[in-house]
Design a protein around this ligand. Sequence first.
Ligand SMILES: [Zn+2]
Length: 260
Amino acid sequence: MRVQTFVAGCALALALFLFAQRQGAMTLPSGFHAVIDLTHEVGSRTPGFDASEVFRAKTINTIEKDKYFGRSFSLPEHFGTHIDAPAHFAKGLWTVDQIPTERLVAPLVVLDVRNQISGNPNYLISVEDIARWEKVNGHIPQGSVVLARTGWSSRWGSGKDYRNLDAKGVLHFPGYALDTAKFLVEARNVIGIGIDTLSVDTGSSEDFPVHQYSLSHSVYHLENVANLEHVPPAGAVVVVAPMKLEGGSGGPVRILALVR
Ligand SMILES: [Zn+2]
């Protein structure tokens, strides 16, 4: 018995050793070499589109009292890093739970427009910006998600700077020009467009033309996107994982970039 116990012990030790070795040398099973999180944390300091929009969390269970920890929370659907479902502006089109899963994994295009924005917070991302990207990287692949990197996410830590209100209470941050959204949807068949600001429409917009147009074409939006500086302009794959909120006009989303 003692010998058997010793042998079993040795076998277990060997298995643990080999398993630990495998763990150490592990590469991502997907074949991608990094997974970048394009999502901001949702919390009490998250800047809302309107200052009145806030995240609330309440502790309802504690380890001390209940032996487990749990909270309830509430937040607007369009808050923090989130998705706009087509139903947000187009009655009868997909709510967030209805967006087909095939549309939630796609080639990722990162459009770096920081140079054009310097000094112009009302910059409208233009078709020329797309042409500039395509000159280097080739045509935008069909069925891509395009995310604009304006550099605005560096202001995330300050709601005041991120919203950038003027004396009249008008927001100022960059967004897409309507023609650019039309080009992406009609000439490049993208399935989603996004940006590292509060909205795909520029802050001072009153009628949200990009929202009106692309959502009515069943193209979703990703807003308040983070960490685009860690993703190459072309070649990554994006995984868009929204909360499956029944009947939602949009909602919190986890966005992951799989980098080759
Ligand atoms: Zn939204």
